[in-house]
Design a protein around this ligand. Structure first.
Ligand code: 6CS
Ligand code: FE
Length: 272
């Protein structure tokens, strides 16, 4: 359960850090799943520029019983419901096993711009619940944020550089905020770098400006992102929508598990 202080902090700053949400046994289980999923040759697996290291695996809740259960664990679902003020469904899941040396930058962006422009999301009533599966340090690509930026609509400061939805997934991202706007916002809002032990949860608003530098440590840095959307905010029909595995069009409310997600796990599920 979030405290009144947690909710107030989130509303003011656009993010919330909750250390110690998951045990070493639980993050260990998800890391084994990360390893398995990274080896699947599926369209949902996106490679780094070197064509070898895995940058992301999307829709992991559809390829893994463990991740499916994880998205319905109360420790993830309850903060999302409390902060969005409604039942929620999954818009997207993304597993980022940022590889040493090849694990590339995510430039500054607001997720909501992608969901709005590329998926037809109507209102910014969606958020990220991200969980560190490895320790995140200053060396391995921590998430940088600009606190308070979730209040800003940056449409006029955004340039859409590349056509095609594939460019929403790569290091050369599709909707870029201009350097002038970023400089001005960094000066006025300041920057925060979020680090933490495995099992730390970072909840952040879909509009919060964030980025992450490359992983220059020698080890993987895995983080799972669950993007929950309010069931009251289903996607509208648009021309050329992105694939369902990037933007779900089934706003059926998620049902919480009665037990922690790892209580009964059959580790492998066939791809759908
Ligand atoms: O395209 C998307 O939906 C994803 N793209 C970026 C650059 N960040 C997260 C977002 O969910
Ligand atoms: Fe993002």
């Amino acid at each position: 359960m979030l405290s009144a202080h947690d909710i107030g902090f989130y509303e003011k700053h656009g993010y919330l850090v909750l250390p110690g949400q998951f045990s070493a046994q639980e993050t260990g289980l998800l890391l084994r799943e990360t390893h398995r999923l990274s080896q699947l040759e599926i369209p949902q697996r996106i490679l780094e520029r070197d064509g070898e290291q895995v940058r992301s695996v999307y829709a992991v809740h559809r390829h893994s019983n463990a991740f499916d259960r994880f998205t319905r664990d109360l420790r993830n679902l309850e903060p999302a419901r409390a902060l969005l003020g409604s039942d929620v469904y999954i818009h997207q899941t993304q597993l980022n096993p940022k590889a040493p040396f090849q694990g590339d930058v995510w430039e500054w962006h607001q997720d909501y711009l992608y969901w709005q422009r590329d998926d037809g999301m109507v209102e910014p009533r969606a958020l990220n619940v991200s969980v560190f599966l490895d320790e995140v340090t200053e060396f391995n690509g921590p998430i940088f944020i600009m606190p308070g930026s979730h209040r800003l609509a940056l449409d006029d400061e955004t340039r859409t550089a590349q056509d095609g939805w594939e460019n929403t997934l790569t290091a050369d991202i599709r909707h870029k905020i201009t350097p002038d706007a970023l400089r001005r916002l960094a000066d006025s809002l300041g920057l925060v770098s979020i680090k933490g032990k495995p099992g730390t949860t970072v909840v952040f608003d879909g509009r919060l400006l964030h980025c992450s530098p490359p992983n220059l440590s020698g080890n993987l840095r895995s983080v799972i992102f669950i993007r929950y959307n309010s069931v009251d905010n289903p996607l509208r029909q648009i021309a050329n929508p992105r694939p369902e595995w990037l933007a779900s069009r089934d706003p059926k409310p998620l049902t919480a598990l009665a037990d922690p997600f790892a209580t009964t796990i059959a580790d492998v599920r066939s791809p759908v």
